[in-house]
Design a protein around this ligand. Structure first.
Ligand SMILES: Nc1ncnc2c1ncn2[C@@H]1O[C@H](COP(=O)(O)OP(=O)(O)O)[C@@H](O)[C@H]1O
Ligand SMILES: O=C(O)[C@@H](O)C(=O)COP(=O)(O)O
Length: 426
């Protein structure tokens, strides 16, 4: 038997976030890093496969190409339904990539309708009348307006998605979702009749997501943040379970790599510094000036790893990030920092780190690729959307790793996460 659900995630933290919700809803999930090369064995012994791409901020044509390769792989593994996972803050630019990837997947699947909802109420992301709220404020008033690569300044998702697609975008509003799956299906039929190809779906609670999940049974494609995963596994008879959350005991040194500049990560870095823990600041301007910043970071590691966790961070408040970007360019600064943090991660693992927290989706992509990790087992949840994972390293050891989405996790995440590993896994 093939897999039930085939998932394409546009970044690496997003992929573990989605896998985590599917596991908690009772599915056995395999998470793969990038599309396996041709001929690689299909892991059919899973209910769902999540393929993690680093396509969120790639040029649209590249994001489409990678997503279609992932789709082909998932279909050949027998996936009955495809789930395109993007960020709960709908991170994208007017050029894409949510719209272009959605349309390419629809064309390849031969389907004329899909839904879109980034809602994830457990993390404060709700969609009401098509508008995305982050906590108590509209998306455009949240920290996302300052995002270095995908600043979000319009909270109206019908217009945000409409600007990225050739298909008309409609709305399934909360009054419809509140009436249940049949009402949602009837609204989908109406919208189809009016010529819409995609509908933003409101959801302000987990109950809304469960109703939406039931309503989209049988749609070849769904697109969403990780929240919709709460409501889908029940369509195949899965029920919530914690059986999938067992990992081998952790060993080795502990470290944190943070390239996220999100609001929550800024708070977590400050909290770690305030507690007087060992931390090394990775400064993009010093990298650009040709200093061996990764070498300095690893020298710092050698004298502090025994007292870990040790933090390596480029995290800065929006003003400082803007200053760097004005000097180096946003994309160039991002790549420079990602390359350096990835080198630091490789050096840390060579120096015995086996428990690693990584903050930021782009950063996680760069780090995980540099470490040669090809798959992750999903373990216990630290905070909503963030599980510990176990990854086999190319040398045969196991790395315990968590990929923390920028805006997820409590203020003490960089120490609480290790305490949880001690409690739950050792
Ligand atoms: N101090 C900095 N100045 C400029 N860009 C930075 C800085 N620190 C990190 N970045 C870049 O900003 C981007 C952050 O994205 P990501 O890792 O997805 O985290 P988040 O979305 O939570 O901010 C990455 O490309 C990272 O390299
Ligand atoms: O859906 C979400 O919010 C996350 O799963 C996610 O994708 C976050 O990305 P980063 O903020 O870039 O870590």
């Amino acid at each position: 038997m093939g897999i039930r659900l085939g998932c394409i995630a546009d970044d690496f933290t997003g992929a573990t976030d989605l896998a985590n919700n599917l596991v908690r809803a009772g599915m056995r999930v395999v998470q793969l890093i990038d599309v396996p090369p041709d001929g690689a064995q299909r892991p059919v012994d899973a209910d769902a496969v999540v393929i993690a791409l680093k396509s969120r901020t790639a040029p649209a044509a590249e994001a489409v190409e990678a997503s279609l390769r992932a789709l082909a792989w998932l279909r050949s593994a027998g996936a009955e339904q495809i789930y395109f996972k993007y960020c709960s803050t709908f991170d994208s630019t007017p050029a894409g990539n949510i719209g272009p990837v959605t349309e390419a997947l629809m064309d390849a699947l031969g389907t004329d309708f899909t839904i879109a909802t980034p809602a994830f109420p457990d993390n404060g992301r709700t969609v009401f009348k098509g508008h995305l709220f982050v906590g108590d404020v509209l998306l455009s008033a949240s920290g996302m307006r300052h995002h270095p690569l995908t600043p979000m300044t319009d909270p109206n998702l019908v217009s945000v998605l409409g600007a990225q697609t050739t298909r008309a975008v409609g709305l399934i509003d909360h009054t419809v979702v509140g009436r249940g799956a049949d009402a949602v299906r009837a609204r989908i039929d109406d919208l189809r009749g009016q010529g819409a190809g995609i509908a933003i779906a409101d959801a302000v609670s987990n109950e809304d997501l469960v109703r939406l999940g039931a309503a989209v049974q049988g749609l070849p494609l769904v697109t969403a943040g990780s929240g919709l995963a709460i409501g889908l596994p029940a369509n195949w008879g899965f029920t919530p379970s914690d059986a999938a959350a067992r990992l081998p005991p952790p060993g080795g040194h502990r470290a944190v790599i943070s390239g996220s500049v999100s609001t929550a990560t800024n708070r977590q870095v400050l909290e770690f510094l305030r507690a007087g823990r060992p931390a090394f600041s990775v400064d993009p301007l010093r990298i650009a000036a040709g200093e061996d910043v990764s070498g300095q970071a690893l020298a710092f590691a050698e004298s502090h790893l025994a007292d870990g966790p040790v933090l390596f961070y480029s995290t800065e408040a929006p003003e400082a990030v803007r200053t760097v970007q004005s000097k180096l360019g946003a994309v160039e600064a991002g790549e420079l920092v990602e390359r350096t943090l990835a080198r630091v991660a490789r050096g840390l693992v060579e120096r015995g780190v086996r428990q690693l927290v990584v903050a930021g989706g782009e950063t996680s992509g760069a780090v995980v690729r540099a470490l040669g990790v090809t798959g992750l087992r999903i373990g216990p949840q630290i905070d909503p959307g963030v599980p510990w994972c176990a990854a086999p390293l190319p040398g045969g050891d196991t790395l315990h790793i968590t990929l923390k989405s920028g805006n997820f996790g409590g203020p003490a995440f960089f120490t609480d996460s290790f305490a949880l590993l001690d409690r739950e896994v050792s």
